[in-house]
Structure formats: structure tokens, C-alpha cells
Design a protein around this ligand. Sequence first.
Ligand SMILES: [Zn+2]
Length: 355
Amino acid sequence: MKRFAVLYDEKLKEYDLGHVLKADRYQNFMDHFQSKLGDHPDFEIVSPPYATHHDLRLVHTPAYIQRMERCESRDPLDTPLSPEFVRATKLLAGAGKLAGELVQQERCEKAFVVGGGVQHASRSCEKGFGVFSDVGICAENLMQHFNLRRILIVDTDAHAGDGIYEIFCEDPRVLFISVHQDPRTLYPGTGFINQMGEGPGKGYSVNIPLLPGAGDKSYAYVMEEIVFPLGERFLPQMVLMVDGCDPHVTDQITQMGLSLAGIRQIGEKMGQLARTVCKGKLIDFVGSGYNDNPDTVSLGWLASISGVTGVRIDLQEPKMIPTHISPEPGLKETREVVDLLKQRLNPYWGYLGSP
Ligand SMILES: [Zn+2]
């Protein structure tokens, strides 16, 4: 097997909700992938299996799985259910599980779950375009069947990962860090600094809300000041990333203002962290991005892959960064958030620097 596995099967086209999340993104991405990396000797496309009922039970309750099979949605506007869509969500869940196993067994160094990164679904609730938690199933499988004791999940999707938070908020084996647009301005409306986990998991969930338009420098600052130092202290045995293209400046439902270079820079930092702490073992779930032009979404996913792997890919920004976004928008506010967060984190992680 090659060094980097890209988990994808064309059956994923059933993951189509008919609104901002449409299936054309997957084939579009694979076309871009083939044109940029198709000849690269380190990449291999791997077709994932559907998750079994047993796999889904790693995270989800039996009653919930049954309700999904009956297509009874409680979030019918964002997450309408059909047999085809529910089937496709099992493909993503199967991809998440397989990605973890391939990397853990050192059959490859890194794996990419195309279309993955279900953030809002919890153990018993579908939400925000997601049904079965590919990220959660990946992590639970590694803990239950491979005896991993420390998994780091870093979620830089523009939306707060409220579902992932709910799944792991009491579990100190999972350090979950979510960097996202201020929830006062964006779905899902939670993900505030004071949500730091519950019970034995207190201190192992970190929510970092940033103002709209925060941009590349704010993300770089957060990675440098919070994500990297916590990662070095936690010493994860595996790094999971949830990202994609929805923090990009052209996104039509979020306002984070990242460039493709900014997305790549996050990937670079995460790749560096994984090399430092766990022999480079990393799984990247790339699925977000809401844009009339699917090319833009594909470029964002490629930017992440480029950053994480260190493989240079020539990526042209799809459109000029709007001039109303200054070079350092909101950096002052980001520093304030980071200082406040450090004060809250110090009791759990030791001194993280001078606020
Ligand atoms: Zn998102």
C-alpha cells in the first residue's frame, strides 16, 4: 500500500441533500485530484466498505440506528432522510473506520476521507447534514479495538463541532479542539469558550470561537498558541482532522475569510504536529464547503491535502480576496480569545504562556 490513502467510492454520490450539499462535489474533487495528483507515486485511492450495524453501534444507540433506517428525520430541513442518503452516510462511517485501521496498522501513514467530517450528528441525533459520526466511529474503533488511549481531534471547519463535542465531552482519552466562527453569528449556536467538557472529560474539550472574517493570521495564531502546545502535552497516538473548504473566503454560508494558502497552512501545522508526536499518523476528513462553484470546494480540499502531506500542488485562488477584509482582521480579538482561553486551560494543562 502507498504512503497516503484517499478513501473514496463513487457510491458516495448518494450523499446528496438537494440543498447546499450536492453530490457533484465528489466527482469534481476526484477530477481535480486526478489532474493534480493522479500520477503521484505516494497516493492510492481505496474504496471503503459500508459500515455495518456493529460498526455504527460503536457510537450510536440501537433506537437511533433503527429510526435512521426508517428515515424518520427530526431535522428535515437541513438533514432530510432517504434510503439512498442513509446508505451513503454508512459509506462515510465505513470510510472513517477503515481510515483509522489503515493508519493504525501502519499500512499507510495518512488517510483522507473524501466527503467526511460529520460534525453535528451526536450519538442519538441527526443534525446539520450528518447522520452517522464518521469521526466518532473512527476514534471509538481505535480505542475499543486497538487500545488507543489518547486521540487528538482538531476541527477547523467554520462551524463548531457540536456533535463531536457531545460524543466525547466526558472522555479524557479524546482531546477535542474546535476552531470555528463565533457561534453567536453562525450555526450551530454553541461552541463557546466555557464549554470545556464534562466530569472526567473536563479540560479535554477546547472551543475557540473567532470573529467573522478572522482570516489566515488568526488561524495561524491559534494553531501556534493553543493547538500545537496542547498537542505536544497530550501526546496523541493518532491525530484526526476535520476540515475542508467552508472557512474559505468565497464560502456562501460562512464568513471566516481564509485563503487557500491559509487552509494549506493549517494542514502544514497539523502534519508537523503529527510528525512530532505520533510518527505522522493522521486522518484528514475533508468534506465541507458550500459554493455554487464546486471547483472552489475541490481546491480547498486539495489545499488541505497539500498541507498535511507536504506535497506541493499548484493551487490558484478562485477569486480575489475581497478588499474589505484587511490583512489582519480581528487579530486583536483573536488574541483576546486566546488569552482568556489560556487562563481557563492552565489548571488542566499547566502554564501555556503569558496572557
Ligand atoms: Zn462547516
